[in-house]
Design a protein around this ligand. Structure first.
Ligand code: NAD
Ligand code: TDX
Length: 337
């Protein structure tokens, strides 16, 4: 059992879900390193026990800070789990620079910290590094699919994965990697597809579908992503990559129609808007390796139930998302979206 974790990006969407998962399922001490960018919020960690979870506000590219946190981790045989990233494709099309800083320079800085202090690391990545699939492609992404990223976001995530692999091979760093499909659940920023549409409907605005809505995403609940990451930390083989997915392929039109139905609206009550530049057509994960080698399986496999619970969460937590909503919609309006 791991007794201490340093979770980068733990005040963001998936990282904070992982911190909650650790608190509920382990006895570990958790430090969160988070810069609290527009996507991070200390209120996301509210209610967690202060004797187990500590938030350190700082940049993963701050070498001195990272060095001292890695030195602390080394004393307690702790593990660094790296979620921090600039994570939104649309933002990366407007301004790639923070993506270069955090996803590439930040990951490099962490790798040097764990190398210096002999600390274990798990690197969180995305299925987008593999590019996209045709709608009728019978193959899904596997651990051996070649990298072929499309956007500034996915190319910097791909670069961060390659840095981790190089530090494993060249310097013997003890790291594992995972590439997960699209997450949904509580605490996701309102810029992302599902929370944007739910909060639009709460505000009486029609959902906004890019293009024809035929792009396919492979949805997994953030809680299942967390259980998979903990399983990899506990049983994964150093140097290896595991793909995480829950067989949840849906096109965007189906998702919008399900949200509309669950929120009591007509299924055609949405607008088509300007498509995303370079929009990836389809992502799909084959997670056989994680299931057969590490015995993991997802538990929240009923998408409609998970979506209904997520809608309930956004209805009950308007105080959490409201401060970001107007600014986010103003940015989309400027882009014709
Ligand atoms: P998010 O944008 O909600 O959260 C990112 C967090 O990182 C924020 O709290 C932010 O403040 C923090 N951060 C940003 N730059 C930082 C820096 N320089 N130093 C320290 N902290 C910094 O992102 P998310 O959706 O929770 O994604 C988390 C991770 O999971 C990312 O690595 C992302 O690539 C990966 N991922 C996301 C998805 C998805 O569907 N959202 C799917 C697969 C993988
Ligand atoms: O208003 C919208 N309308 C719309 O049709 C928005 C915000 C999005 N979309 C479409 C674009 C995508 O096809 O919905 C799909 C999902 O969009 P996002 O939520 O922006 O996610 P995506 O681009 O698929 O990337 C997500 O999954 C992989 C995360 O944001 C990444 O961090 C992760 O790596």
């Amino acid at each position: 059992m791991v007794s201490s974790f340093l979770v980068t990006g733990g005040a963001g969407f998936i990282g904070s879900n992982f911190v909650r998962h650790l608190v509920a399922n382990t006895d570990a001490q958790v430090k969160v390193l988070d810069l609290l960018t527009y996507a991070g919020d200390r209120r996301t960690l509210q209610g967690l026990p202060s004797d187990r979870v500590e938030l350190i506000e700082g940049d993963i590219a701050d070498a001195e800070l990272v060095d001292s946190l890695c030195a602390d981790l080394a004393k307690g045989d702790g593990v660094l789990v790296h979620y921090a990233a600039e994570s939104h494709n649309d933002n990366s099309l407007n301004d790639p620079s923070p993506f270069i800083h955090t996803n590439l320079v930040g990951t490099y800085t962490l790798l040097e910290g764990v190398r210096r202090h002999g600390v274990r690391m798990h690197h969180i990545s995305t299925d987008e590094v593999y590019g996209d699939l045709e709608l009728d492609d019978p193959e899904r992404f596997t651990e051996s699919t070649p990298y072929n990223p499309s956007s500034p976001y996915s190319s910097t995530k791909a670069g961060s994965d390659l840095l981790v692999r190089a530090w494993v091979r060249s310097f013997g760093v003890h790291a594992t990697l995972s590439n997960c499909s699209n997450n949904y659940g509580p605490y996701q920023h309102v810029e992302k597809f599902i929370p944007r549409q739910i909060t639009n409907l709460i505000d009486g605005i029609r959902p906004r579908l890019y293009g024809q809505g035929l792009n396919v995403r492979d949805w997994i609940h953030a809680e299942d992503h967390s259980s998979a990451v903990l399983r990899i930390v506990e049983r994964g083989v150093a140097g290896e990559t595991y793909l995480i997915g829950a067989d949840g392929e849906k096109n965007n039109l189906e998702v919008v129609q399900t949200i509309l139905r669950l929120m009591g609206r007509a299924e055609d009550d949405f607008d088509h808007v300007t498509d995303r530049a370079g929009h990836d057509l389809r992502y799909a994960i084959d997670s056989t390796r994680l299931r057969t080698e590490l015995g993991w399986s997802p538990s929240m496999t009923n998408f409609e139930e998970g979506l209904a619970a997520t809608i309930d969460w956004y209805r009950a937590h308007e105080d959490w998302w409201r401060p970001q909503k107007a600014e986010t919609e103003a940015k989309y309006a400027q882009a014709g979206q």
